[in-house]
Design a protein around this ligand. Structure first.
Ligand SMILES: NC(=O)c1ccc[n+]([C@@H]2O[C@H](COP(=O)([O-])OP(=O)(O)OC[C@H]3O[C@@H](n4cnc5c(N)ncnc54)[C@H](OP(=O)(O)O)[C@@H]3O)[C@@H](O)[C@H]2O)c1
Length: 182
């Protein structure tokens, strides 16, 4: 059975993707932090891993040797909407870590195996905020724009090996991420 790994599988877009992949016959592993939501995923037939993506060591340990055919780099957060000049530096570090650094780290863990086997498909959940950025979105837009550029370059690197790379450029969807935003 083909395997898929989905980050941010406990909520919103990632949960929907995880369930859709399961319905297509994939053996799905989902990553998140919320214990109750992870338990629910377990009841849905999805192997649930409780990992904080900001913890590179935990990620490495949990996924050592894991070789999925599909990787969905979906987890992300939206920092409080505010002018960049008023944004807490700790918020900047956290947003870059979760939205960008951890995605690069996870891709570095999984993509070499796909390249060696000559099979695989890597997805990134990008955002229209990166393609049409606006005031108060500078930090979020920066992380998503970086992911978009990364996906384009990675696609060219991996295409000769038969590994596909796709950026999903989502518009506004009423998930937990947006529920508290104006
Ligand atoms: N909703 C939109 O309108 C929209 C539009 C464009 C792009 N996007 C992007 O779509 C992706 C999914 O967002 P969503 O709308 O589905 O939001 P969501 O419902 O809030 O889901 C976010 C997911 O990311 C996970 N996550 C966040 N921080 C994490 C961390 N440190 N470690 C592990 N997991 C973490 C959450 O898991 P836990 O809570 O269990 O930690 C949750 O499963 C994000 O990358 C977002 O930027 C969303």
């Amino acid at each position: 059975m083909q395997k898929a790994l989905v980050t941010g599988a406990t909520s919103g877009i990632g949960r929907a993707i995880a369930l859709a992949l399961r319905d297509k016959g994939y053996e799905v592993t989902g990553i998140g932090r919320q214990a109750a939501a992870l338990a629910e995923l377990g009841h849905e037939g999805i192997r649930a891993l409780q990992i904080d993506l900001a913890d590179a060591v935990a990620l490495d340990r949990a996924l050592d040797g894991f070789a999925p055919e599909v990787l969905v780099n979906n987890a992300g957060l939206m920092p409080p909407l505010a002018p960049f000049c008023d944004t807490d530096p700790a918020e900047i570090a956290r947003t870059v870590m979760v939205n960008l650094t951890s995605t690069l780290a996870l891709t570095r863990l999984i993509a070499p195996g796909m390249r060696a086997r000559g099979v695989g498909h890597i997805f990134f959940t990008g955002s229209t905020a990166a393609h049409a950025p606006s005031a108060n979105f500078a930090l979020y837009a920066a992380t998503k724009a970086a992911l978009g550029a990364f996906a384009q370059a990675l696609r060219q690197e991996l295409a000769p090996a038969g590994v596909r790379v796709t950026e999903i450029v989502a518009g506004r969807i009423e998930t937990a991420l947006y529920r508290d935003r104006p």
